[in-house]
Design a protein around this ligand. Structure first.
Ligand SMILES: NC(=O)c1ccc[n+]([C@@H]2O[C@H](COP(=O)([O-])OP(=O)(O)OC[C@H]3O[C@@H](n4cnc5c(N)ncnc54)[C@H](OP(=O)(O)O)[C@@H]3O)[C@@H](O)[C@H]2O)c1
Ligand SMILES: *[C@@H]1O[C@H](CO)[C@@H](O)[C@H](O)[C@H]1NC(C)=O
Length: 361
């Protein structure tokens, strides 16, 4: 009994200590994502969320490179992005037409950005290009299931691979002045745009959500793995990489974008039933929430209340943004899920009971 009380007190004291540290960090308003003067690459930057991000980061002083396939659309987006610049005289903007489903194109675009950026690799790379084709699983061709993986999973993975290989090159390779002083560099950021479909299984997203779940898993794993290089850099300032590398996963819910208009064409009515009443954000709202999360050093960043709740309910081993809020929200959501989970299952069952359902012939 006395021992139990001792342990309970120790646990409570530890919890309060963590909370205090966490709250003090919460109230510290240090900007962990200062993009002023930095060079940012955004794939899928010609419309939708990518365009919102390009414009917002431009207004915060970044040099922005937009990557997409359609050159005329890139050119329009570049003008739109440049018009928001914080320092129009010094900021630079560039467009690259590339199909990010090809590994070679991802390597090529990074080489082009580095040349354009006076031989320096970009500071921030945002794998944002993606495309959702919602439909029932058995109604979807295997070809579409595969192509959804190509644009949503493989495109970001190829870019992460090429970017990390570029960033993690030893700092002293071609020419070192011999001086022992190593300029402290700000971290480089690799950011992946996920989707809240990675948190909860929703009928009609089978072609898309597995790719986004895989991206979350990739981000979690890279987050763990990059500690290795960041640690090595501390011990080997001469031979290590120039800067620490951080990875983040931004997880939007529904965005009112050209991509959503496309989704609307194939979305099954039962998916609409499940999504009824969900918040829809503009590209600028999602961009603002995402960048705010990055400025606060967030890792898995949701952009509205429903996303926050879905994330809290499925945190698993993912790094926490804020120990206090993440832990308490997880408790609350786990209780709320006792109702929400069965309710969602019931809605799909009821739809099947009361509507014509297409069966395989
Ligand atoms: N819309 C939503 O409701 C929603 C919700 C959650 C997450 N997301 C995610 O958020 C991101 C942006 O979505 P969005 O709806 O804002 O975008 P969107 O309107 O569909 O625009 C997609 C962008 O990606 C580019 N792109 C598409 N395929 C490409 C390829 N193969 N190579 C290079 N660029 C390519 C497009 O330009 P080109 O066609 O000219 O190449 C365009 O710039 C995606 O990762 C999406 O999965 C969207
Ligand atoms: C897509 O459909 C939803 C739900 O019907 C609607 O609210 C939204 O405005 C549509 N968006 C676009 C871009 O077509």
């Amino acid at each position: 009994m006395a021992l139990g009380l001792y342990w309970a007190t120790a646990c409570l004291a530890a919890f309060i200590a963590v909370l205090t540290l966490d709250i003090s960090r919460f109230f510290s308003r240090k900007n962990h994502f200062d993009v002023d003067g930095k060079t940012v690459v955004i794939t899928g930057g010609s419309q939708g969320l990518g365009r919102g991000l390009a414009r917002l980061l431009s207004s915060k002083g970044a040099n922005v490179v937009i990557v997409a396939r359609d050159q005329p659309k890139i050119d329009i987006a570049l003008k739109y992005t440049a018009s928001a610049a914080k320092s129009p005289q010094s900021q630079r903007f560039h467009g690259i037409s590339a199909d990010v489903r090809s590994p070679e194109e991802n390597t090529r675009l990074l080489e082009e950005v580095t040349r354009w950026n006076d031989g320096q690799p970009p500071d921030i790379v945002w794998a944002n290009a993606g495309s959702s084709h919602p439909a029932l699983f058995i109604d979807t061709t295997l070809e579409t299931l595969r192509s959804q993986m190509d644009i949503n999973y493989w495109a970001a993975t190829y870019l992460a691979h090429a970017t990390l290989r570029l960033w993690l090159k030893p700092s002293s390779t071609p020419s070192n002045t011999g001086s022992s002083y190593v300029k402290p560099a700000q971290p480089r950021h690799f950011i992946i745009t996920g989707s809240s479909t990675c948190f909860v299984g929703v009928a009609g997203y089978a072609p898309y959500s597995p790719a986004k779940s895989a991206l979350r898993s990739l981000a979690d794993t890279l987050r763990s793995e990059l500690n290795l290089y960041n640690g090595y850099r501390r011990a080997n300032p001469q031979q290590g990489p120039v800067a620490d590398v951080k990875v983040h996963c931004v997880v939007p819910g529904t965005i009112q974008s050209p991509g959503l208009a496309q989704e609307n064409l194939s979305k099954h009515p039962v998916t609409r039933v499940l999504e009824e009443g969900d918040p829809i954000q503009t590209e600028d709202e999602v961009a603002a929430a995402a960048v705010k999360g990055l400025e606060r050093d967030g890792y898995l960043i949701t952009t509205q209340w429903l996303g926050h709740a879905m994330r809290a309910g499925t945190l698993g081993g993912s790094p926490r943004n804020n120990w206090l809020f993440d832990t308490v929200s997880a408790w609350v959501v786990n209780v709320a899920w006792l109702y929400i989970g069965p309710d969602m299952e019931g809605k799909v069952f009821k739809y099947g009971k009361s509507n014509e359902v297409k069966l395989p012939s």
